[in-house]
Design a protein around this ligand. Structure first.
Ligand code: SF4
Length: 345
C-alpha cells in the first residue's frame, strides 16, 4: 500500500486528491512513548510538544510506504516546521498546502489555486494524471465514512460506546484504506444497534475540546476517573466528519468549500466562532462539563482559553483547562485536578 501522509494541526488535508492519485491518505499521529533525541537541535524549547514528537519520528525515518507528506497551514509550529522538514527529513515529496486563515470569497479562490497546485505537483512528481471522476468517487466514499462516523458517535451519548473506543475508530479511519474502513464502520454500527449500555454507573458526561488529542490512553484514563466523552470538537473527532462534501459540483471547488465551512479550529479566523460550535454541542448533548486540553506550548489554545473560560462561566457550564506534556506520566500527575473536577460537577 502506498501512502501520502499529512501533518496537520487542523484536519484540512484533501484526502480525496491523494486517493484519486492512487495513494492511501495517512494522518501522521504522535507516539507518546518515544524520547525526543534528534528534534531538539532543530526547534526552540517552547515548541509544541505534539508537533515536536511528529518531527522526531520523521527525522528518524517514516514508514517506507509513505511516498510523500503534505503539511497544511495551521499554527506557527506546523508552519515553521515545514522548513525544517525540507532540510532534515528524507522523503520523496513534500508539499505545503496554504489553507487560508479566513473563510471569505477571496480566501476560497486562494485555497482553490493552492489545491490545483497540489494536484499539479503530485501529477508531475509521480507521473500520473488525477482524473476529476476519481476525485468524485473518493468524495462519495469519504462521505459515506463521515456519515457512518457521525451516526456511530451518537452511541457515546447513549453510553453504549466508550469515548475511547470511538476515538480509536476515528484514528483507524484516518490511517487506513478507505474501503476497508467503510466495511469496519458498517459492521461496527450493526453491532452497536444490538448492544446495551456498558455501564449503569453514573458517569460524568464530558465535552472534550482542545489541541490535537491522539493518545487514546488519555481517554481511557478519563474513563477510569468516571468521565465519558459524549461529544467533542477534535480533529480526531467531530471536525473530521461533521459535514460532508457536495457531490454534484466541480470536485476541487467542493473540497475547498467543505474545508472552509466545517467547524472552525483555533488556528483559523475568527477563532471566537469555535465557541459557538462548542456551545451548540454542550447543549445538544447535555454535558456535565467541558474539558479544554492543550498540548504544552500550544499557543492557539492558550489564547482561546481566557475567552472560553469567560463564556462558559456566563453559561454556568463547568469548565476546566489543562495544559499537558506529551507523555503518559503526565496523566498520573494530573489525577488530582481531574478528580477535583469530577467532584465539582
Ligand atoms: S497542538 Fe497546537 S501548537 Fe501543536 S500543532 Fe496542534 S495547534 Fe499547533
Amino acid at each position: 500500500m502506498v501512502k501520502i501522509a499529512y501533518f496537520d494541526a487542523d484536519v484540512v488535508s484533501p484526502e480525496e486528491i491523494f486517493m484519486a492519485a492512487g495513494f492511501t491518505p495517512f494522518r501522521l499521529l504522535g507516539n507518546p512513548a518515544i524520547e525526543h533525541d534528534k528534534v531538539n537541535e532543530h526547534v526552540p524549547p517552547t515548541h509544541c510538544v505534539w508537533a515536536k514528537n511528529i518531527l522526531e519520528q520523521a527525522i528518524r525515518g517514516l514508514n517506507p510506504e509513505i511516498k510523500g507528506v503534505v503539511t497544511s497551514h495551521g499554527c506557527d509550529c506546523t508552519n515553521r516546521e515545514f522548513d525544517i522538514w525540507v532540510e532534515s527529513v528524507e522523503i520523496d515529496f513534500l508539499f505545503y498546502l496554504n489553507v487560508p486563515l479566513k473563510r471569505d470569497k477571496i480566501a476560497l479562490n486562494f485555497f482553490l489555486n493552492d489545491l490545483k497546485e497540489l494536484v499539479y505537483q503530485i501529477e508531475d512528481r509521480f507521473k500520473i494524471k488525477i482524473q476529476p471522476e476519481k476525485i468524485k468517487e473518493a468524495i462519495k466514499l469519504n462521505n459515506q465514512i463521515r456519515k457512518l462516523l457521525k451516526e456511530i458517535s451518537e452511541y457515546r451519548t447513549k453510553m453504549i460506546l466508550k469515548g475511547s473506543e470511538f476515538h480509536e475508530l476515528v484514528k483507524l479511519s484516518q490511517t487506513n484504506d478507505k474501503k476497508k474502513v467503510l466495511d469496519i464502520l458498517k459492521k461496527k454500527l450493526m453491532e452497536l444497534k444490538n448492544k446495551t449500555r456498558f455501564t449503569e454507573k453514573k458517569m460524568k458526561r464530558i465535552l472534550l475540546t482542545g489541541s490535537i488529542i491522539d493518545d487514546t490512553e488519555f481517554l481511557i484514563f478519563l474513563e477510569d476517573k468516571g468521565f465519558q466523552v459524549v461529544a467533542d470538537d477534535l480533529c480526531i473527532g467531530s471536525r473530521y466528519f461533521w459535514n460532508t462534501i457536495e457531490e454534484d459540483k466541480d470536485p476541487i471547488v467542493a473540497i475547498a468549500e467543505y474545508h472552509l465551512s466545517k467547524p472552525l479550529y483555533s488556528t483559523k479566523m475568527p477563532s471566537y466562532d469555535r465557541f459557538e460550535f462548542l456551545k451548540f454541542l454542550a447543549e445538544k448533548y447535555e454535558v456535565d462539563g467541558i474539558m479544554n486540553i492543550a498540548m504544552k506550548f500550544c499557543e492557539p489554545m492558550l489564547y482561546d482559553h481566557p475567552y472560553m473560560n469567560k463564556k462558559f462561566k456566563e453559561l454556568k457550564i463547568p469548565y476546566i483547562f489543562i495544559e499537558m506534556s506529551y507523555n503518559r506520566e503526565q496523566y498520573k500527575q494530573l489525577s488530582t485536578r481531574f478528580e477535583a473536577f469530577a467532584e465539582m460537577i
